[in-house]
Design a protein around this ligand. Sequence first.
Ligand SMILES: [Zn+2]
Length: 444
Amino acid sequence: MIRLALILMNILLFSLPPTAMAETGKRKITILYAGTALLVPGEKPSQNISIIIEDGRISAIRDGFITAETLKSPDSRVSFIDRRHSFIMPGFIDLHVHVSSGPKSDRSLTLKKPDSYLVFKAYQNAHKTLMAGFTTIRDLGSRGTLIFGLRDAIKDNLIAGPKIIVAGSAITPTGGHGDVHGYREEILHIMDDGNTCDGADDCRRAVRAMVKRGADVIKVTATGGVLSETGTGTGQQFTQIELDTIAETAHWLGRKVTAHAHEKAGIEAALRAGFDSIEHAMWADKDTMKLFKKTGAWLIPTAYPMTYVGDTPEKMKKGPFKNLPPVMMKKLLRIAGQPQKMTRLAHEMGVKIALGTDSGVSPHGDNAQEFIEYVGIGMTPMEALMAGTVNAAEAGGLLNVGRLVPGMAADIVAMAGNPLENITAVLELNLIMRDGITFKSSQE
Ligand SMILES: [Zn+2]
């Protein structure tokens, strides 16, 4: 089994196709025949079209199934992908994952293993996510610097994975949700990740330091959270002025800023500070939703993990998190079906929603289950697909993904079923392409 895994790993690591023009000196063009294509989620799907891909981007879209001759480009080497019987759409986007941790990972692994080991775990998780059709992900919390190297190695095509927008370590108050907990003082000191700040000036420094480390986006823990081993609840932890300063500094440096927030007061403080999005927003009520609409912030619901962990206290006590330390279990039991209730309210009130799963709490590669959650709380399948494509691109400030139009990245998935009729079609993909590179292609 281990041998097989190693062989597979080698195939994954070294099976990236050579870049265009490398072999023959000719331009490499791919023509994708699409039976039904939801080029821009939210708009009507197109029928029987050809998508022309060059240098990792979509160069043109033509009606009908065109031949190589029609391109009038004799200097090119043209290959075809035939999905005349499939449903084509943009690669999925997940704005909230943690590829450096997983639901089954030993919490003390970071104490035992070097980063060179941990980066392989993170790579494996990122790869599983790509193979679920997620061609862009945003990692909202990873210790140290390994996530930056992983992001860059994927970008440079050294290894196969999704594009990763990276936050680094979540910025947190001393003793807050994103700080280290659960070990003796000396160990906590060693594990400190330089991500804590207290007071406005110190928090301005912390944002600057995380950008210096390589952060593409700033993640903040505005309130307490479940999976930190501290009995300090899930209430507000940063002050209003700290949040104001963090948002201002992040924006000055050209970064989006997003807040982990559970209780109403903490969510509203982050919204007032001008945060671009709120993760979880567990106990947002009607007034909070009105504030979302007023500020234009995006909600990232992370609904699926509670279905995975158990959406009732009874299921939780028997589920995958049954051995959680008591201080964490106490916080978890309060949550139960709240993400679904909150997301339903947000959708009914017209709050802007973008897809995020918090994978790492739930298994990596299960990310597309979030689409199914959204339909479960009352979204149409089209609205759910928009949340994980065009909406996520806009919420994350990602300019060249989420839509299939000329000039955009060739991030494409295909499936046999029509997800507008049955959303579970997103779970069975027969084509996964990122930046024009095919990572999965199976029979229609
Ligand atoms: Zn998270």
